[in-house]
Design a protein around this ligand. Structure first.
Ligand SMILES: *Cc1c(COP(=O)(O)O)cnc(C)c1O
Length: 378
């Protein structure tokens, strides 16, 4: 932690080299046995809260040649950051009446519905040329994409996709993080069947977890986000990815409270022994979830085996930690504790908050002091 980090309540360190390493690791997995699957990157929601303007160039340098965002606004912000010839796909497609804007912004829509298809075709007629787009089909998740009925109906008419230059035919898996779910095979089969009725184009089905279902799920291109950012794509098993995020906070003050004394709003925690309490200056105002009240833990990096539970309610700007089990080890003001780190992982933090790593990252607030471990291209 550098000095400026002390001015903030918490310090977030984002390891860009780890993101590049994760990208290369996925690429190796995908090209085993001579396969040619390409690895795109999902950088929606500001690269899952980590800062798309810092993350995207690193991924481009690592070899990524396809990017996905959710919104037109996210794509427009990214267009000047990555090379012009690299497509940025807008997952939600053009909002009604914005096709011209999307095209002018140098973005490629994912067309999800007959209305979006029609809107893009109208613009193609006006411009008197074919316009690039990805076409999404719904293979069973009932979220985005053309339905089986629509695709079957459109398949009868050779002009159904006139004006579209199909860059990608894609779908998305609902249960990829649960390998034993029969939904995975069902969606795989639906994707094969329905994509054969769409214009010829490279095919893409899987995001992070789908990559780990095996080569049948890889097709021509995969679209990981989570795994790049160190979120485990294989919940319940060891995380194959390199951690990217470390969250630290410094102790503001400590006190020893007697047995029977309660701590914090709502007196949610009551000491059952004389208890040494340390206050940290982060809270739900930093996106540190209030659901971790009386759950979750911190770690003193020099003593990673000592459990330091969060006690009482997480306040807006602070939370309390029980440091009793550190015994005689001094914890002066300014001591840095890990809330997410090598010994308490993102998955641990997510479990404590009754959520998933994705939500922990996307909720990381703007108040933390952010530092990036820079990426040295090999
Ligand atoms: C978010 C998203 C991804 C990336 O998913 P991860 O699980 O983070 O790898 C890929 N494709 C679509 C359609 C998405 O919405």
């Amino acid at each position: 932690m550098d000095v400026a980090a002390q001015w903030a309540g918490g310090a977030l360190t984002i390891d860009l080299g780890a993101i590049a390493a994760n990208y290369r690791q996925l690429t190796r997995t995908l090209t085993q046995n001579g396969a040619k699957t390409l690895c795109a990157a999902a950088i929606k929601a500001d690269a899952y809260g980590l800062g798309a303007s810092r993350v995207a160039p690193v991924l481009e340098q690592a070899g990524c040649r396809h990017f996905f965002v959710a919104h037109l606004s996210e794509g427009a912000a990214l267009r000047s950051i990555i090379s012009r010839d690299i497509p940025i796909f807008v997952l939600h497609g053009p909002p009604p009446g914005t096709s011209e804007d999307l095209l002018e912004a140098g973005l490629t829509p994912v067309l999800n519905s007959p209305e979006q298809l029609e809107e893009w075709q109208t613009l193609a007629r006006k411009r008197e040329r074919r316009l690039p787009a990805a076409i999404q089909l719904d293979s069973g998740m009932a979220r985005f994409g053309l339905t089986a009925e629509t695709i079957t109906a459109l398949a009868d008419n050779p002009d159904s996709y006139a004006g579209i230059d199909p860059m990608l035919v894609m779908s998305h898996l609902a249960c990829a993080d649960t390998p034993e779910s029969p939904a995975n095979i069902a969606q795989l089969e639906a994707f094969r069947r329905l994509s054969a009725l769409l214009p010829e184009a490279p095919r893409s089905l899987s995001a992070s977890s789908g990559i780990f279902l095996g080569p049948d799920w890889h097709f021509d291109l995969v679209r990981p986000g989570a795994a790049l950012y160190g979120i485990s794509p294989t919940p319940g098993q060891p995380n194959p990815m390199t951690p990217v995020v470390r969250l630290q906070a410094r102790v503001i003050q400590t006190r020893t409270i007697p047995e029977g004394q309660s701590v914090g709003y709502g007196a949610l925690f009551t000491a059952h022994r004389p208890t040494r309490v340390a206050l940290l200056g982060i809270g739900y105002g930093d996106g540190f979830h209030r659901s971790t009240s009386n759950r979750g833990r911190a770690v003193l990096p020099s003593h990673p085996d000592v459990h330091l539970p969060i006690i009482g309610r997480v306040s807006m700007d602070s939370l309390a930690i029980d440091i009793t089990d550190l015994g005689e080890i001094p914890v002066p003001p300014g001591t840095s504790l890990d809330l997410i780190g090598p010994h308490n992982t993102l998955e641990d933090a997510a479990d404590a908050a009754a959520t998933i790593g994705y939500e922990i990252l996307t909720d990381l607030g703007g108040r933390y002091h952010r530092s990036y471990v820079s990426y040295q291209p090999a």
